[in-house]
Design a protein around this ligand. Structure first.
Ligand code: UDP
Length: 238
């Protein structure tokens, strides 16, 4: 492409909370629109994009079960929350001319497509952004694991995990000014030191398939595009 981008197909994982802006809950449309622009700027480079959005801005299974709800029921509610976020992002992306498909691990044909691997691959080849919703479709998993699973299935070259900080630190940089950012770190060190990159099952699944995880800040304007071109600060887990 001449843009210096060495990736042709990537997975972007963002938490549900990334869509809530400064609110404590739900969706903040200007924030959704801003992230949609970040995605479009990468799509414009010709990069094929898979997207997984969490549901924590609406509902988390663990929180529900802590309040006495049956765990699996609470997890299904969490998965449904991710579908709402996926639809919000679909609307924002299509509003700026990026074609998308929402693809759910739990079939709900009136709302979005069911997950059929070969069909999803075809969408990517046609440069449609594939938004994978409803996690893995199973309780007791997270959307980090779903992102890793789909990234493997779609043969993505890396998972880009957009967070509030520009990489993986040895301790919380928002609490400790002397926190040190890793340039690179191994999967095993993330697991052994509980570095909080993603949950353990997601990291193990990435490790077992040699799928690099790039942790970067989604708050940095132009950050996603820059990181793809090898600029800016980030941590590579591999
Ligand atoms: N969830 C699930 N199985 C999956 C993915 C998600 O049960 O494969 C549920 C789980 O209850 C989780 C909620 O969906 O708490 C929202 O996902 P997650 O916590 O990963 O969202 P994020 O923290 O990324 O916003």
């Amino acid at each position: 492409t001449g843009s210096g981008v060495k990736y042709s197909r990537v997975m972007l994982k963002i938490s549900g909370e990334a869509l809530m802006g400064d609110q404590g809950f739900g969706l903040h449309p200007p924030t959704v629109a801003r992230i949609a622009q970040e995605i479009k700027s990468v799509h414009d480079l010709g990069v094929e994009i898979c997207l997984v959005i969490g549901g924590g801005n609406i509902f988390r299974g663990l929180a529900g079960s802590a309040q006495g709800m049956e765990r699996t029921t609470a997890d299904y509610m969490g998965m449904l929350a991710t579908v709402m976020n996926a639809l919000a992002m679909q609307s924002a992306l299509e509003g700026i001319g990026v074609f998308t498909r929402v693809i759910s691990a739990i079939p709900m044909d009136q709302v979005c497509e069911p997950y059929i691997r070969r069909r999803a691959v075809r969408h990517l080849e046609k440069k449609r952004v594939c938004i994978f919703a409803a996690g893995t479709g199973n309780p007791y998993f997270t959307t980090d694991t779903a992102a890793t699973l789909r990234a493997n299935e779609m043969a993505c070259q890396a998972i880009f995990k957009g967070t509030k900080v520009d990489g993986v630190y040895d301790k919380d940089p928002k609490k400790f000014p002397d926190a040190k950012r890793y340039e690179t770190v191994s999967y095993d060190e993330c697991l052994a030191k509980h570095l909080g990159v993603m949950d353990a099952s997601a990291i193990a699944l990435a490790r077992d398939n040699s799928l690099p995880i790039i942790v970067f800040s989604l708050d940095e304007p132009g950050g996603f595009r820059g990181i793809l071109a090898g600029q800016g600060t980030y941590t590579r887990v591999s």
